[in-house]
Design a protein around this ligand. Structure first.
Ligand code: EPU
Length: 417
């Protein structure tokens, strides 16, 4: 197992290039199951979760060729319709093959994802939606077993706007008989990216990015050549790194259009943003002011940025409150940050962060992907050396993080434990 050793206190400078979005790439790769033609994808980050999705698609019978950030997928010979426990347990987003398998083959066996480090995360809404579309679903030996002669267009209402649920239903309904309406749909930019890709393949999807998505079933989808959007969470993570180190850096490939809530909070904390173009900005700051943050669905403040802002706020001149409304157990980084001299009390879904004068290096443990990022950010500002173990969580979702930070002047290295 690898760990990071970070020597804190160094300023950052220069520029960093943001990679393609993990949470866009995963559904977009799963959508390749919907055609027997080549799907050519650009800008796909080199990450552990992407490797897992490649393995899963290969397992289902797809051919995947990879050249750096370009993927060529062909699912003409897809035939095995089972997403096995061994893969699903390593990545919950494996559930994203459920919709496309049902759409193209009318059959799927997908291992039920269990709970995870940040919450229970059920998939009941995915299942209920597919049932409404006519699928006959049972849970057998830990697997969702689903059959349908042909899915039919339906009115789907989500109790909670679910990102992968919306993506699954969109993919399930592209060939359905008639029209599907997804009400209270997730509005995240990654949902829009998937809809744009599917429409380029010949689907008829309207309203992605709003709370009602309308999908008219079509007969077939073609191959496609598509570049996935840049990663708004990675961009926000580098913004936090700049502010906590009191440094100005330039971020290239930042998806400015998707970052309003993060920009607003960043400015409220004391950061400045100089937007140079639709995909480049200079960010930085010096003083950190206390603020309150409540996570919510897009266009609200993303839960995936909560941990990184907590690190920054631990050095604020005063007390901040963060309320987490999406996941019920997403404060595990608080106790680890306290090991670095932060003063955070987390009770239920609220964390009270009392700003301290300085963070001090220590040994800490990463507990999930974004929690790991928050520890790296804290380590950059902490006095002395911070050692972060279990960084395999980070490798799921941040491409070449230590390389990008080193290029900016941070003292960070990866060592084998
Ligand atoms: N929920 C249900 N039932 C369902 C589905 C969701 O109760 O059937 C609940 C969840 O438990 C949660 C809420 O609804 O409380 C929202 O969950 P959602 O389904 O939107 O999350 P997700 O689709 O599983 C995606 C991202 C997450 C991100 C969330 C929220 C991908 C692959 N994952 O997860 O990303 O935190 O949306 O924005 O897109 C990450 O990248 O670190 C990450 C965890």
């Amino acid at each position: 197992m690898d760990k990071f050793i970070i020597e804190g206190g160094f300023k950052l400078s220069g520029y960093v290039e943001i990679s393609g979005s993990k949470n866009s790439s995963l559904p977009i790769m799963a959508a390749s199951l919907l055609t027997d033609k080549d799907v050519v994808l650009h800008n796909v980050p080199e990450l552990r979760d992407i490797n897992t999705m490649i393995k899963l698609l290969e397992n289902l019978g797809c051919r995947v060729e990879r050249k750096n950030k370009k993927l060529v997928l062909n699912c003409k010979n897809a035939g095995s319709l089972r997403a096995p426990y061994e893969l699903v347990k390593t990545m919950r987003a494996s559930i994203l093959v459920f919709g496309p398998l049902m759409s193209r083959f009318g059959y799927a066996e997908v291992s039920m994802p269990g709970g995870c480090a940040i919450g229970v995360r059920p998939v009941n809404l995915h299942i209920k939606a597919l049932e409404k579309m006519g699928a006959d679903i049972s849970i057998e030996h830990g697997y969702i077993v689903s059959k349908a002669r042909k899915l039919k267009g339906s009115q789907i209402y989500f109790d909670i706007p679910t990102v992968t649920g919306t993506e699954n239903v969109m993919m399930a309904s592209v060939f359905a008989d008639g029209t599907t309406f997804i009400k209270n749909a997730a509005k995240e930019p990654e949902v829009v990216d998937l809809a744009n890709m599917l429409n380029k393949m010949g689907a008829d999807i309207k309203g992605a990015g709003t709370s009602t998505i309308v999908i008219n079933g079509v007969d077939r989808l073609d191959g496609v050549d598509y570049a996935v959007m840049f990663d708004r969470i990675e961009a926000g993570t580098f913004m936090c790194a700049s502010l906590i180190t009191e440094s100005n850096i330039k971020i290239k490939n930042i998806p400015v259009y998707a970052m309003d809530a993060v920009f607003e909070k960043f400015k409220a904390v004391g950061g400045f943003i100089d937007i140079e173009s639709e995909d480049a900005a200079v960010v930085g700051g010096k003083d950190i002011f206390p603020i309150n943050i409540k996570t919510s669905v897009y266009p609200g403040f993303p839960t995936d940025m909560q941990a990184q802002f907590m690190s920054v706020l631990s050095l604020a001149k005063g007390t901040s409150i963060i309320e987490e409304t999406i996941f019920e157990n997403r404060f595990q980084h608080a106790a680890e940050l306290n090991r670095l001299n932060a003063n955070i009390s987390a009770i239920g879904n609220k964390a009270v962060i009392r700003g301290v004068d300085k963070l001090v290096g220590a040994k800490v443990m990463a507990t999930d992907l974004r929690a790991s990022a928050s520890l790296v950010i804290a380590g950059l500002a902490a006095e002395g050396v911070t050692e972060i173990s279990r960084i395999y969580h980070l490798d799921r979702g941040y491409e070449h993080l230590e390389e990008k930070l080193s290029n900016l002047g941070a003292k960070i290295r990866r060592v084998k434990e």
